[in-house]
Design a protein around this ligand. Structure first.
Ligand SMILES: [Cu+2]
Length: 125
């Protein structure tokens, strides 16, 4: 009887753990430029690091980043590179303007769930 209870406890424990994992979508854990940072110059690439490996489906862009400057001009270039949980896109740094930049992303982690978000940073030469 006691053994059966232990079995049930372990079973229920792993079931609830499974549910927790499945319902927890991936999250952005860091980025370069970092959220709310003030930087002197734009980097050549924007790098977003997520907690889980991202989905890749051939050449179709299931993971996207759009970066706009303070005049709403898109400076991201859709040259995506996915390596595990790290998503990179090249930035057009020609004619970089000072001011606030907005980063919007839409990614699919390996659990198939779409995660979207946004943050901003500032360029102050
Ligand atoms: Cu999920």
């Amino acid at each position: 009887m006691q053994q059966r209870n232990i079995f049930l406890t372990v079973l229920l424990g792993s079931l609830s753990l499974g549910v927790t994992t499945a319902s927890a979508h991936t999250v952005l854990i860091s980025s370069n430029p970092a959220k709310n940072s003030v930087i002197k110059a734009l980097p050549v690439n924007i790098v977003l690091t997520f907690a889980d490996p991202l989905l890749t489906l051939g050449k179709s862009a299931v993971n996207r980043i759009v970066v706009t400057d303070s005049t709403n001009t898109v400076i991201s270039t859709n040259k995506y590179l996915v390596k595990g949980g790290v998503l990179t896109d090249a930035l057009n740094t020609a004619g970089t303007k000072a001011g606030r930049y907005l980063v919007k992303y839409r990614v699919s982690a390996e659990d198939g769930h779409v995660v979207t978000g946004s943050f901003s940073f500032k360029v102050k030469p």
